[in-house]
Design a binder for this molecule. Structure first.
Ligand code: GLN
Length: 384
């Protein structure tokens, strides 16, 4: 089939996402897949049990457009408990088909032709295409290794009359950094008295290490009143394939969000929603996640300690960055391909998350894996 030449691509610079590319390469070479972020273990038995129960019950038809009400009520309770924010389940919460859809819908519902959206690179690869499909312009602030600090004075210089949105992500994929209270105060200052909407991608909210507290936008009322906040059940309950998440926003923003949501997704998988409404009652399942992943992080780091990789700090998420400049001068895209082919471990190159060509020599490993998997991967990585 030929693409009619009268139709130009709306995303001429976008190719297949790196996650799909690397997972396919891992399969092709029978490599341990530490690239795309997903666990190699199952959800807690309770999660499966609730899903089975829901499927056998009377929950197999369309859920409400905004989400199963008992689930939204549980979400509101959780938000109040964790972030001391009161959200109205009727008007301020929408269940989505995962975090990426929530982000896409939030961007589409606000951004118009020529609006500018500030993104922080390395930026998750769905952000810029979503902005561009909406007719907006992605403006990048580049964060630099090894600490990826944000200089807010510098960010301020990117703000002008056309700035309509800022997208933040904490805990941050791929860098593993987390924003602190100072960052939030700076963001508050920056957006004060300006018509700027925030999208806050917080899908790794429960994966923060060393006793540090996750700084949700929802803890900051002045930011929350202008924000879409995005969460994921997949990351929290080890079921990324179920594709269920949710978005929280004040009523005026949420009603615009739902106008888009209803004609794109309409409503989200009903049985999963019924199951999560029960699962959310078990606070221990998310409260223990920090400890669960900190153990994996520490295991993986110490297993590759003796390798020639240099490990960057990992404050949150289930991703570990590693610099390989002591091993090779190859570009990161070439390096991860060779790593997959010759050493049977797949990883994600970091340069793809920047708009401009960067010389990063840094790759990302996902450690949401059984210790056995991490051990096997480490055995290969120390040989390089
Ligand atoms: N969020 C996952 C990651 O960063 C990938 C999700 C996807 O493949 N769309 O690895």
């Amino acid at each position: 089939m030929h693409f009619p030449s009268s139709i130009n691509s709306k995303l001429p610079n976008t190719s297949t996402t790196i996650f799909t590319v690397m997972s396919a390469l891992a399969r092709e070479h029978n490599a341990i897949n530490l690239s795309q972020g997903f666990p190699d273990y199952n959800p807690h038995p309770l999660v499966i049990e609730e899903l089975t129960k829901a499927a056998k019950g009377n929950s197999n038809q369309y859920a409400l457009m905004a989400g199963f009400m008992p689930l939204r009520e549980q979400i509101a309770e959780k938000i109040s408990l964790l972030y001391s924010a009161e959200v109205n389940p009727e008007t301020e919460i929408t269940v989505t088909a995962g975090g990426t859809q929530a982000i896409f819908t939030a961007i589409l519902s606000v951004i118009r032709e020529d609006d500018e959206v500030i993104l922080f690179a390395p930026a998750y690869d769905s952000y810029a295409p979503a902005v561009e499909l909406a007719g907006g312009k992605a403006i990048f602030y580049d964060r630099e290794a090894p600490d990826y600090k944000i200089d807010w004075q510098h960010v301020k210089r990117l703000v002008n009359q056309r700035t309509r949105m800022i997208v933040i992500n904490t805990p941050h994929n791929p860098t593993g950094t987390v924003m602190n209270a100072f960052d939030m105060q700076q963001l508050e200052k920056l957006t004060k008295d300006r018509d700027i909407v925030i999208v806050s991608d917080e899908v790794y909210e429960h994966i923060v290490y060393d006793g540090v507290q996750h700084q949700s936008i929802l803890r900051y009322p002045k930011l929350a009143e202008r924000a879409f906040v995005v969460f994921s059940f997949g990351k929290t309950y080890h079921c990324t394939g179920w594709k269920v998440g949710y978005c929280i926003a004040p009523q005026n923003l949420m009603s615009e969000f739902r106008k888009v949501h209803q004609f794109n997704v309409f409503s989200v998988n009903s049985v999963a929603q019924v199951a999560f409404a029960e699962v959310l009652k078990r606070k221990d399942l998310y409260e223990e996640l920090n400890t669960f992943y900190q153990k994996k992080r520490d295991f993986f780091r110490s297993a590759i300690q003796s390798s020639r990789f240099k490990l960057l700090k990992c404050e949150g998420t289930y991703f570990q960055l590693a610099a390989y400049s002591r091993i090779s001068e190859e570009r990161d895209i070439e390096f991860v391909k060779r790593l997959t082919r010759d050493f049977k471990v797949a990883a994600i190159p970091i340069s793809v998350f920047y708009r401009h060509q960067v010389d990063s020599s840094i790759i990302r490993f996902c450690f949401a894996k059984e210790e056995e998997t991490l051990k096997r991967a480490a055995e290969m990585l120390v040989k390089i």
